[in-house]
Design a protein around this ligand. Structure first.
Ligand code: DAS
Length: 351
């Protein structure tokens, strides 16, 4: 009798084991690429400030999220580990090329990028224009370091993995998950220096919500992205240089001159409708009409609204509704393809 019971126990264990193995086999694979930021930051136990960003490695972040292993088979890779203010154009190219390479693997369902919040929207928009896959690519961060009381990183990371493996996220371009919201890379922007509800799509809000591990989508980003753009960074090591000149009352002519001397392209962070003083306008006109090939794009200092073309100043290009830091990225990518002002004007109307 005892022998029979023991045999039954072994059989039951083997059966359960194989069920678990089968369930595990069925889990999709999600690759998490770590770049640092507050989500990987550590400091004094409980405190939300005075910490160092980019301290924990990607495996420690994964290990700190209860239940994440039930969502997907996770493959962590450390691309860099720094505060996101230190991320460079070169890092973007490495990241985009790595995603493009991994995306060819049919076993991989999606990607999560852990990143500092300061420049998260820039990396997300760059990837939105340069990754060549329909697989979900989700950027995520945290406002509180991992050592803070009520750190927000673990839930943000959990929900990012849940979205990255989700069939509803396929073909939606690069997205940001933050504080239960899903945002499009093109529209999302950081809206607070401190609080955890740190991102918003401004005029266009969120694409949807994450409720635990389930996405609820309500809207879509209709601009071409990922596989539908002409931007290819596979053979590049760096991007053309584009600077952002912040216009303000009484800004001297030397400022715009310095930017036009130094960069291939200049984004004017203008007031109102990408506006600037007559002094700056006339100086740009004079230089462009005199043969200066620098491309000047007018963007708005505020996050809402659209910047429209100025019939009286075709020497500049309207930045549409991109904020200056995103207009900079689009112009850098345009300049990898062409220096033709009219072609670039069309790209700004389209992407
Ligand atoms: N240190 C900042 C960064 O890495 C802040 C953050 O992640 O929230 O962007």
């Amino acid at each position: 009798m005892k022998k029979l019971l023991a045999l039954l126990c072994v059989a039951a264990m083997l059966f359960t084991g194989s069920v678990i193995a089968a369930a595990d086999e069925e889990l999709p694979t999600v690759v998490i690429l770590g770049t640092g930021g507050t989500i990987a930051g550590t400091g004094e136990a409980g405190k939300t400030t005075g910490y160092s960003a980019g301290e924990l490695d990607i495996q420690s972040l994964i290990d700190g999220v209860p239940g994440i292993e039930k969502l997907a088979k996770l493959q962590g890779e450390q691309v860099l580990n720094t505060a996101s203010d230190n991320v460079t154009d070169k890092d973007w190219i490495v990241l985009a090329n790595r995603i493009n390479e991994l995306a060819k693997d049919p076993k991989i369902a999606g990607f999560v990028i852990t990143h500092g919040t300061d420049t998260l929207e820039e990396t997300a928009y760059f990837l939105d224009l340069t990754v060549k896959t329909d697989k979900p690519v989700i950027c995520v961060g945290a406002m509180r370091p991992a050592t803070a009381t009520s750190a927000d990183g673990p839930l943000n990371l959990y929900q990012s993995v849940a979205l990255a493996r989700s069939p509803e996220a396929v073909g939606q371009g690069v997205m940001v998950v933050f504080s239960d919201g899903i945002f499009s890379a093109r529209q999302v922007t950081k809206i607070t220096t401190y609080r955890t509800n740190a991102f918003d799509g401004k005029d266009f809000g969120a694409l949807g919500y994450m409720v635990d591990d389930k996405p609820y989508f309500y809207t879509k980003d209709v601009r071409p992205h990922t596989t539908a753009t002409p931007f290819d960074v596979s053979g590049l090591e760096e991007l053309p240089k584009v600077g952002v000149a912040y216009f303000h009352i009484d800004a001297e002519q030397e400022i715009i001159d310095m930017f036009m001397d130094r960069y291939d392209g200049v984004i004017v962070a203008g007031a109102g409708n990408g506006s600037m003083s007559t002094l700056w306008h006339n100086r740009i006109k004079e230089r462009v009409d005199g043969g200066d090939s620098t491309i000047v794009v007018r963007a708005g200092r505020m996050d809402n609204g659209i910047v429209t073309e100025y019939a009286t100043n075709p020497q500049t290009i309207a930045g549409n509704n991109l904020n200056p830091q995103k207009a900079r990225i689009l112009l850098q990518l345009c300049l990898t393809l062409t220096h033709d002002r009219e072609v670039i004007r069309d790209y700004f109307a389209k992407y």
